[in-house]
Design a binder for this molecule. Structure first.
Ligand SMILES: Nc1ncnc2c1ncn2[C@@H]1O[C@H](COP(=O)(O)OP(=O)(O)OP(=O)(O)O)[C@@H](O)[C@H]1O
Length: 227
């Protein structure tokens, strides 16, 4: 039933912060549609509001106004408990900081969200491990991994429960260019394989061009990327 609905639909979403200097309008009322299986790159200068937009979609911050529908469900109308449930079951999050649980081995970090969501699929997890080259690292703890390895685990964890929408905030931002390219190719392959939609913040035009569409935030508004 939810298949025909956009994976993500934003309607007239705005966001401001109160700062010591007064009200800072970060996002003007903006709208956006991301269809199932599609990928969208979000670019813009530092401070233009990219992370803010991602946090609103993840329900980690509140919009001033507007609707944010994830597969038809308006996250702005949910209480904290149901927001957390939606996040757990339908969203995958990958941020620049890997946010792995230090006390858990790779295998348990990978299965963490899928277990919480009650949808651990061993076959899919095996596929993820194989594609991301994580088979040899299962028994290690995050501190025993390189940055690129940690990022691959974070990626696997975000996809293990088969989210409908993957939100990635500069997922390869802290990696060198070669590693970043490798991780990015793996990310795109897995996203395609799982059929989920992808909203990715990036500073890299090269990466943005690999996605189905690319937009930039400028003065709080979304503009198609023309460069
Ligand atoms: N909690 C907050 N309180 C006040 N201002 C905030 C808060 N969070 C973000 N801002 C401001 O909102 C603006 C947008 O921040 P945001 O982190 O979304 O930008 P960004 O485009 O992701 O930047 P970058 O590319 O540097 O990560 C910035 O001016 C920032 O200082």
């Amino acid at each position: 039933m939810q298949q025909n609905k956009p994976a993500l639909f934003l309607q007239k979403v705005s966001k401001s912060y109160l700062t010591p200097q007064g009200k800072l309008q970060v996002l003007q009322p903006l709208s956006l549609t991301l269809n199932p299986g599609q990928s969208l790159a979000l670019m813009g200068e530092s401070g233009s509001g990219k992370s803010t937009l991602l946090h609103l979609v993840a329900g980690l911050e509140l919009a001033d106004e507007g609707q944010i529908l994830i597969a038809g469900e308006d996250i702005t109308r949910l209480d904290e408990k149901h927001k957390a449930q939606l996040r757990r079951e339908r969203l995958g999050l990958v941020f620049q900081q890997f946010n792995l649980v230090p006390s858990l081995k790779v295998k348990d970090n990978l299965a963490f969200q899928a277990r919480l969501a009650g949808c651990l699929d061993k076959k899919w997890l095996d596929e993820i491990n194989q594609r991301l080259g994580l088979e040899e690292l299962q028994e290690r703890y995050p501190e025993q991994l390189s940055g690129g390895q940690q990022q691959r685990v974070a990626l696997g964890r975000a996809l293990a429960h088969r989210p409908q929408l993957l939100l990635a905030d500069e997922p390869t931002g802290s990696l060198d260019e070669a590693t970043s390219d490798q991780v990015m190719q793996l990310l795109l392959q897995l996203v395609q394989l799982s059929g989920c939609s992808l909203l990715m913040v990036t500073h890299s035009l090269r990466l943005a061009k690999q996605l189905d569409s690319a937009w930039q935030l400028h003065s709080g508004q979304l503009e198609p990327l023309t460069a």
